[in-house]
Structure formats: structure tokens, C-alpha cells
Design a binder for this molecule. Structure first.
Ligand code: FAD
Length: 369
């Protein structure tokens, strides 16, 4: 098999999962360089992946690309829980409440599919059931429970990187002014055949991408040592239309993430202490098991406060190929918003399919000559 040189730009969950998928390919001999400003181990406002919870709570609308990617991703996350304990992913019992008054608000829209009792993913995840009305909190109109996963991103991202290394992927730090500048940066010294753009919010500033449909949605979290016993999510709060409440315990001693908010257009990297107090208060009210001794917020043991920017994109994730400004092939894969983990494997397989399509056409072109 002849060598196919790939440069993946970006080492978030999307870039790493894509690099690993291609590196494991038996159909083609990919040699892969990952170039990135940030790498696993970094905590930075320009790097969304470490800040995520991260769990699997589907939000893609029926028939959308996102739905397809989320649906494709679940079996692989389930397999990883069962067969790869060192990846830092575990099953969690999950409870989702919907409030009628959140319909049309930013968080209500975010969770529109999630709170449906006739959800498309009811047959995808195990143990889906509708909760009896009598068991719902006072202002909630829907409630479902199912088995989901929670990913300890501090373990999972380095695990992905380690798997890439095992399969020969080469990692280099770089800050690229444009996507096409990656063409000559393959570790072989020869030009890359295909560049894969996994830059998240970076797609807004790369000179030859400048996708103005991309924007941040700020998420603030509190990481605590307390254990909730299950994962909980409510579609909104009475504190603000862009605030919601969620509680999720990471695998392998990763602590519990309390969230959150969806502040569209905000680039603010500093945690807001008032918002942090509201998040903690709401979490304790939603899940008293967090504070069994006193029932009070003061019983929460805080590891850190954090802020991440979800790489949103009007119209949803962009997963498509095009000719770059230099005439070479580019595969775009960015704009995974608040759902990058839960769509990661589906997205990587879609990118692989696009790469194979490009190579297939190349072979047909050569055969014609
Ligand atoms: P990023 O992780 O941002 O990575 C982008 C990469 O591109 C970085 O390595 C960066 O350095 C690199 N880059 C960018 N520009 C350049 C350049 N010019 N030159 C070189 N390198 C460049 N998702 C879920 O599925 N489940 C959840 O529970 C969940 N919870 C979340 C909670 C919070 C608080 C936040 C903020 C996000 C959450 N998400 C969740 C969303 C998830 O984190 C993102 O969708 C995902 O991390 C996006 O990954 P990415 O690889 O596209 O982007």
C-alpha cells in the first residue's frame, strides 16, 4: 500500500479521535502528523475538550447530521466502558427533567430533544424509561431515566493520544495562521495529501477558513469531590434563561462536575463567582445526595472552578471535504458545540469516509490516464 500523508490540525477530542481512527485503518497506509496549539494536559480557554463533563446526552434533532453522529458514537463508548477500563469512561444512571417553561429559552432549545419522552435514542441507550409524573420535582413536566456514560476527560484525552502514539501518529506543537500552511508540515518533510481541520473555534480565525457561523457558548463548571450517586440534568432554571443545572460524576476518581450555563457569544475566561454559587446551590437542591451530612452547599469540597467555550456552529457541525486555497484536499470537521464527545466516533468515521472518497477518486483519475 502506498503511503497517504495526512496532517490533522487540532488535538481536541475531535482531532485525536480522527487521528486514531485513520491510524488504525487496514485499508490505507496513513502516515499522520497532528499539529496543534494545545495538547492533552493543557487547560486553556481556547481548548474546549478538557473542560467537558463529559457525558452522552443526545441533542441532535431527528434526521440531522448530529443525530447520525451521536447515534453512531454510542456503541463505541459502550464498548470502551466494557473493554477498555484504562480509558476512564464509566456507566452512570442518568435522570433528565424537562420544564415546560424552558421551551424557547436558550437552554430549553439546547435540550429540546433531550427532554423528549419519545426520544429517537430511547432504543440506542440501555434502560430508557419514562418516570412517573408523581416522582417529578414540582415544576418539571417530563422525566426520563436511562444508562449513559461519563468520561473523565483528564484520563480519556491522554488515553486517545497514547493510542495514537501506539499506532505511529506523530504530534507537534504549532500555531497555524492558515489551514494551507499545514500542507508542508507533515513530519516526513513531504507535502501532505490531505489536511483535516479539527480546530473547533479556531475555524473562525484561520485565514483560509474564517467560518463566521462559528461562535462560542460559554460553559462554567465547578469540579467537586462529592459523589452524587447518579447523573442529573434539568432543562433550565429560574435564575436566567441561559443557565441550566447538571451533575455528573467522572470515572476513576475524577470528581463530580456541576454545571452550568450556555452563554452564547461570551469569550469570558474567568469564572463568575456569583454564577458558581448559583450552580452549587442548584446542584445541591437537585441532588441532596451530594451533601448527605448537612444538606448545605458548604459541604461541597471544591477541586476547581472552570470555564470552557463550546465550539458552536450555526447549522451544526461541519463535516465535509473541499479543495483548499492551495488546490489540495481538506476535510473539515469542526463546530461540535456542546456535543463533541457524544458525536466523536461517528464524526471520525464520517471523516474517514470522506478521506476514502478522495482517495477513491484519485485512483479512478489515475486509471483514466
Ligand atoms: P477543541 O477541544 O477546542 O480543540 C481544538 C484544537 O484545535 C485545540 O487543540 C487547539 O489548540 C487547536 N487549534 C485551533 N486553532 C489552531 C491553530 N490556528 N493552529 C494550531 N492549532 C489550533 N460534549 C459532550 O459530548 N458531552 C458533554 O458532556 C460536554 N460537556 C461540556 C461542558 C463544557 C463546560 C464545555 C465547555 C464543553 C462540553 N462539551 C461536551 C463539548 C465538547 O467539549 C466539545 O464539543 C469538544 O471538546 C470539541 O472538541 P474539538 O476537538 O472540536 O475542539
Amino acid at each position: 500500500m502506498s503511503e497517504v500523508r495526512i496532517v490533522v490540525v487540532g488535538a481536541g477530542v475531535i482531532g485525536l479521535t480522527t487521528a486514531l481512527t485513520l491510524a488504525r485503518s487496514r485499508k490505507h497506509n496513513y502516515t499522520i502528523t497532528v499539529l496543534s496549539k494545545h495538547m492533552p494536559g493543557d487547560y486553556d480557554i481556547e481548548y474546549a475538550s478538557p473542560w467537558a463533563g463529559a457525558n452522552y446526552l443526545p441533542v441532535g434533532t431527528r434526521g440531522s447530521l448530529l443525530q447520525k453522529l451521536e447515534q453512531a458514537t454510542w456503541p463505541e463508548l459502550e464498548r470502551i466502558v466494557k473493554e477498555v477500563p484504562e480509558a476512564g469512561v464509566h456507566f452512570q444512571e442518568t435522570i433528565v427533567y424537562g420544564r415546560k417553561k424552558d421551551e424557547g429559552t436558550p437552554t430549553g432549545e439546547w435540550f429540546r430533544e433531550l427532554v423528549r419522552e419519545d426520544a429517537w435514542w430511547r432504543d440506542v441507550v440501555p434502560n430508557f424509561r419514562i418516570l412517573p409524573r408523581s416522582s417529578l420535582p414540582p415544576d418539571c413536566s417530563t422525566g426520563t431515566s436511562f444508562t449513559s456514560v461519563c468520561i473523565n476527560t483528564a484520563i480519556y484525552l491522554p488515553w486517545l493520544l497514547g493510542q495514537c502514539l501506539k499506532h505511529g501518529v506523530v504530534f507537534q506543537r504549532a500555531i497555524l495562521p492558515s489551514l494551507s500552511s499545514a500542507r508542508t508540515l507533515h513530519h516526513s518533510g513531504k507535502p501532505a495529501h490531505i489536511i483535516i481541520n479539527c480546530t473547533g473555534l479556531g475555524a473562525l480565525t484561520l485565514a483560509d477558513v474564517k467560518d463566521t457561523n462559528v461562535y462560542p457558548a460559554r460553559g462554567q463548571i465547578v469540579l467537586v469531590r462529592n459523589a452524587p450517586g447518579a447523573m442529573y440534568t434539568v432543562s433550565g432554571t429560574d435564575d436566567g434563561a441561559d443557565e441550566a443545572t447538571y451533575v455528573m460524576q467522572r470515572a476513576a476518581g475524577g470528581g463530580t462536575i456541576l454545571g452550568g450555563c450556555l452563554q452564547a457569544g461570551s469569550w469570558e475566561s474567568a469564572p463568575d463567582p456569583n454564577l458558581a454559587n448559583r450552580i452549587m446551590q442548584r446542584s445541591v437542591e437537585l441532588c441532596p445526595a451530594l451533601v448527605p451530612r448537612t444538606g448545605k452547599v458548604t459541604e461541597l469540597s471544591v477541586v476547581r472552578h472552570g470555564v470552557g467555550l463550546r465550539p458552536m456552529r450555526k447549522g451544526g457541525p461541519r463535516v465535509e471535504r473541499e479543495r483548499g486555497v492551495d488546490g489540495g484536499w481538506v476535510v473539515h470537521q469542526y463546530g461540535h458545540g456542546g456535543y463533541g464527545y457524544q458525536s466523536s466516533w461517528g464524526s471520525a468515521w464520517e471523516a474517514e469516509r470522506l478521506v476514502e472518497g478522495i482517495l477513491g477518486e484519485g485512483e479512478r483519475e489515475r486509471a483514466k490516464l
